[in-house]
Design a protein around this ligand. Sequence first.
Ligand code: SF4
Length: 478
Amino acid sequence: MCGIIGILSKKNVVSELYAGLFALQHRGQDSAGIITYDTSFHLKKGIGLVNKVFNDKNLARLEGNIGIGQVRYPTIGPGGVEDAQPFMVNSPFGIAMAHNGNVTNYSELRDKLSKKYYRQLSSYSDLEVILNIFAEEMATQHLQKFSPETVFDTIAKVFGQVKGSYSVVGLIADKGLFAFRDQYGIKPLCFGKKKQSYIFASESVALDQLDFSMIRDVLPGEAIFIDLKHKIYSKVIAKQVPHPCIFEWIYFARPDSIIDSMEVSEARFRLGERLAMECLKAGIHPDVIVPIPDSGRGAALAMAKVLDVEQREGLIKNYYMGRTFIMPKQSLRTNSVRQKLNPVKSIIRGKKVLLVDDSIVRGTTAKEIVSLIRKAGAKQVYYAVTCPPLRYPCVYGIDMMTRGEFIARDYSINEIKKIIGADALIYQNLDDMIDGVRGNRLSQTFCTACFTGDYPTGIKEKDIIKLEKERIKTKKGE
Ligand code: SF4
């Protein structure tokens, strides 16, 4: 999960790119970067949050009416500055790119670039692979007659070679801004407009905060190119049945975003309604419902309504800590839970407390939270989860890449309940999760591979194992 943005305007774009990255900061806190172009490229990227990487001085030199930016969440590579995005190549034309996703045939393409095209890479970033394949293919087109078709033909070649999930924004020097989304539309990407400016961004919240209006989502397998006269060209190049990542609505996206025409906050509310019915079936009657901030809130509100129980903010979050789930090391994760969440004793003491969480991956966070709530004086602690048990690695860019990470792989629900120390544990079932997220879009399909093992891109078991090993190796920087 990363956040990407690209803007083409009649004026300098850096301030809007910078503000847009702030709006997307929840999608990645590992590194941030912006590249702009006027008569040459201007790049600034670094490790850390947006406000750590950028300052008045470096923003001032990022001149140009066209630019792209990214906030990164590491799934491949050791997470050094060499993996920070955007990336650029000088030839042909000068191309810069940023992406959100994960290339599942990364090693094969890296080898091909080195052995067939004599292109050496400088990082472990899979974006660098996409960019070099793109550049190589574009260099073989008729460059003197550059046209939008040149871009579309190039992207068709990328689709033919690059497997996995990827939403990409890019710019070609003196030509224009482009964006494309993989054939399955696994990662989100939306397209907006404001007067004479155009924007691509991972989530609509970036458009809202910059006062852009939504044109539409980029379609799965679609490429859009906007030239310097602001003429828009689009083409669906390689379409499959859409499979956007269902986790966007459960956890990743901000609740004020709309992804693929489905509102995140409404989806979370519907998930809560369905989960409440499961609680009723299990005979759970809490005194108070406490959401685990932030992504448990929408569901908790709906559960309170259905169960006719008060919902209170019984866990207070320290917003100056990073998101637990995307802290890169286990030791950091465990410590950060205690520091990040603090119970409100007056809300908890003597009560049967129903905690509402978006998911359980390793179970370490859930265990810590149950313990915190018990220490605060709860009579009983129930734990409700808005998605089913996670059992399969995500090969599409979420940091749950190895099977050993999933508590539900090795233990039954009853055993997990005991491990986390809860008096009851209720998971959402798969059908209710899908129905809850899609609402009245009845034919909408999703990627649910981490729950079912059914990978939309058809990756084989042996390739998943290979990918696991590679990812562990590159994380160590070997
Ligand atoms: S495997 Fe899970 S987290 Fe990964 S893209 Fe699919 S639904 Fe999302």
